[in-house]
Design a protein around this ligand. Structure first.
Ligand code: CA
Length: 90
């Protein structure tokens, strides 16, 4: 799988979860919670998951409109990827 394929996959993942409430193009808090539980299962086994998700949503929602745009999603995934790289290859 090429990096371009993985980027297309990321776009598909965003669109899939963003469309769950019938409003495409943004992730609500509930949609983000579903995405997190299905795509980041280890995080969601944490007992403080609700607090963690609330904090993550606040960090992701950079313009404060209470929804996550694709741009906000991609920036956050980029930050997560940096954190993952640092944890795997310190
Ligand atoms: Ca936003």
């Amino acid at each position: 799988m090429t990096l371009q394929d993985q980027m297309i996959e990321m776009i598909k993942v965003y669109k899939h979860y963003a469309a769950a409430d019938g409003i495409q193009g943004s992730l609500s808090k509930d949609e983000l919670a579903t995405l997190a539980s299905e795509q980041f299962p280890a995080l969601c086994q944490n007992q403080k998951k609700a607090d963690i998700l609330k904090g993550i949503f606040g960090e992701m929602d950079m313009d404060g409109d209470n929804k996550i745009s694709f741009k906000e999603f991609v920036i956050f995934i980029g930050c997560l990827t940096i954190a993952l790289q640092e944890s795997l290859c310190p």
